[in-house]
Design a protein around this ligand. Structure first.
Ligand SMILES: [Zn+2]
Length: 169
């Protein structure tokens, strides 16, 4: 299990301290909730947004992030929970269509010992997995070599999220 959950230990950004004093002002996810910061954002819903991980563990590694700066599921409303799961479902569909992975890790880390990179802003990770993928994903000097850039990933996933959003209405 340690190995399976290792991807969650990657920080979202290297300088995201996410310390105990980190409020909404210094929060990377709160700043990404700003509509002007759309380079990595794939879709926005009423309570959440989907965003690519800046340092993906695998192609398509994305996160569903609550708009509101809360740390735990216990602090969320019924509406936020429904929206969070709805977007997570869309992400599962989009990743499956775009990448045909053999599996997907879907997980939430609460707190530093659990591997959270951003401690106090709730988010769900989705990481597509392929048979044997851990064998070739080597880390050299903290730089992961991936065969696809983030702009290409976003271009593949955005239209699928948009279609799924329309189908839900
Ligand atoms: Zn925040």
């Amino acid at each position: 299990m340690d190995y399976l959950w290792a991807p969650w230990r990657l920080a979202y950004v290297t300088n995201a301290s996410g310390g105990a004093s980190g409020g909404a002002d210094s929060c990377i996810f709160c700043s990404s909730a700003d509509p002007s910061r759309d380079d990595l954002v794939l879709v926005r819903s009423a309570s959440c947004y989907a965003i690519l991980n800046l340092y993906p563990y695998n192609n398509g590694h994305l996160m569903i992030v609550l708009n509101r700066h809360v740390a735990t599921l216990s602090a969320t409303t019924d509406g936020e929970q429904a929206d969070l799961m709805r977007l997570t479902r869309h992400a599962e569909i989009a990743l499956t269509e775009a990448y045909s992975p053999h599996g997907i890790n879907i997980g939430i880390n609460l707190g530093r010992p659990a591997g959270a990179g951003v401690l106090d802003h709730l988010h769900v990770h989705l990481v597509p997995r392929w048979n044997g993928d851990a064998n070739f994903m080597t880390v050299v000097g903290n730089v992961r070599v991936l065969p696809e850039d983030l702009a290409s990933t976003a271009a593949k996933l955005r239209p699928i999220f948009q279609r799924l959003g329309r189908e839900d209405r």
